[in-house]
Design a protein around this ligand. Structure first.
Ligand code: SF4
Ligand code: SF4
Length: 469
């Protein structure tokens, strides 16, 4: 006889209620139940708490002892009746992540490349790059920012290694600490380049889509040559370099490769020994004839389910795959972590991140190929804070994204309608929502909550911390 309770998972809403004989109000929450454990989630504050069935029933029946009340106050499930601020998310206007487009040149010709290719002016000039660095420094000094992130972007950024070194040198000797991260196709990681990146403590993300049969079918050199053997050689060289931190793989799932998720994750974990992976779905763009993964629930859910199955299978074989989109959502749930620019508090592109093109134009996020999305220029004579402040009032990028289903959505604190760039690539604009992100959240969050309630060891291993008992 099968145990029907074993996999049962139920979702309910516990209504808002005033706590009798007190000045406190319970603000309402979603409850997710698996066997004898419940994860309560406040959709207004993104906080969660895991309780047993007895405590969950006490909350439903408005029975709060002092210890439970204190825990719920700390997590803002319960607030003072005079506290009206529980529903708002505040974004500060101090970008600390800067993307700089240093070259449009690339030695690859990926089937799904979404960038507009411009072969006339391919490299940023030294003078514009220096001016961008000065502009960022002024912004940091005005706002007392001492730690920032810079991502040189392309094209293939390692075709312009000297520009990356120029950025690094521009901040050396200042009291502004920069962390440079890079997304490279991995083909130019010679020993000399790897040592240069290690000396600058650059975090390296290698775009690689999976084992040779997958990689070579969608990520070839410009002349059509396969790239997998070059990458495998470079990645084994990379493991031997001391000082290179935070190496991760960035994998794009296409309709074809999404049929091979298990082999892809096995390849990263076992063969390449890069267990930190970010899996993104290929999307269409105005600048390529490529049709991305369709935004139907079947097209999105099947590969996500396969990713989870593969992570579980490999975990049983002592290989822990840390997939970035999954880990970040677990951190959202369990730590109310705000570190993701994209999926912790909705899209904070523009607020926390801006990008610069090769002429000093400023954009929210990576929308450099869309002139209408420009919010200013470094030569406008205005500081960055003022440029962003004005854009927030006038530019459509900052219009909140919502649909009727967002109003009672459990994930709304983390999602806020999804990715504005994805909308733009799809030819839409706020206030429309990002349908793909909506489907991903509605599939993944319940699965991850179930995982938190039933597989705490796996969650701890993925997050690399002992957070669940
Ligand atoms: S537009 Fe999309 S990619 Fe850019 S910051 Fe927002 S969520 Fe992230
Ligand atoms: S877009 Fe979808 S997942 Fe996001 S808040 Fe709206 S309904 Fe929820």
């Amino acid at each position: 006889m099968t145990d029907t309770r074993r996999n049962s998972f139920a979702r309910a809403y516990i209504a808002k209620q005033k706590i009798p004989y007190s000045n406190f109000i319970f603000n309402g929450c979603f409850s997710f139940t698996h066997r004898d454990k419940n994860l309560l989630l406040s959709p207004d504050t993104g906080t969660t708490i895991i309780v047993d069935n007895t405590l969950a029933n006490n909350i439903k029946n408005c029975l709060f002892d002092d210890s439970l009340l204190l825990k719920l106050i700390q997590r803002r499930f319960v607030t003072n009746t005079n506290d009206h601020d529980v529903h708002s998310i505040h974004h500060d206007l101090f970008p600390t992540f800067f993307l700089i487009d240093i070259t449009s040149s690339c030695n690859f010709s990926c089937t799904y490349c979404f960038r507009k290719r411009n072969d006339d002016e391919i490299l940023i000039s030294d003078s514009v790059l220096d001016d961008i660095c000065e502009f960022i420094k002024l912004h940091c000094n005005t706002n007392d920012l001492r730690h920032i992130d810079i991502q040189p972007w392309g094209g293939e950024p390692l075709l312009a290694l000297n520009k990356i070194e120029r950025i690094y040198n521009a901040f050396s000797g200042t009291d502004i600490n920069i962390h440079i991260s890079l997304e490279t196709n991995g083909s130019l990681l010679t020993e000399k380049t790897l040592r240069a990146l290690a000396a600058m403590r650059v975090s390296v993300g290698i775009s690689i889509d999976g084992p040779p049969e997958v990689q070579d079918s969608q990520r070839c050199f410009k002349n059509g040559d396969p790239s997998s053997s070059v990458l495998e050689k470079n990645i084994s060289r990379l493991h031997a370099i001391k000082g290179l931190q935070n190496v991760n793989a960035i994998c794009v799932l296409t309709p074809e490769s999404s049929l091979h998720v298990d082999e892809i994750l096995e390849y990263f974990g076992r063969k390449l020994r890069i267990p930190h992976v970010k899996v993104n779905f290929a999307h269409s763009s105005n600048f390529s004839p490529y049709e991305g993964l369709s935004t139907t629930s079947a097209a999105i859910e099947t590969p996500l389910r396969d990713i989870l199955l593969s992570i579980r299978r490999l975990y049983k074989e002592d290989i822990v795959i840390n997939e970035g989109n999954i880990s970040q959502r677990l951190k959202n749930l369990l730590l109310r972590d705000s570190s993701s620019i994209c999926i912790s508090r909705g899209c904070v592109g523009g607020y926390k991140m801006v990008s610069f093109d090769r002429w000093g134009n400023i954009f929210p996020c990576e929308l450099l190929d869309y002139p209408d999305e420009k919010i200013g220029n470094i030569y406008d004579g205005k500081p960055l804070g003022a440029i962003v402040q004005d854009a927030v009032k006038t530019h459509r990028y900052f219009i909140p994204k919502t649909s009727p289903s967002c109003l009672d959505c459990p994930w709304r604190y983390y999602c806020q309608g999804g990715c504005t760039s994805a909308l733009t690539y799809a030819g839409k604009h706020p206030p429309q929502i990002d349908d793909a992100q909506c489907l991903i959240n509605n599939f993944l969050y319940p699965e991850l909550i179930k995982m938190c309630l039933s597989e705490p060891d796996l969650v701890n291993a993925m997050l690399e911390m002992d957070i669940l008992q």
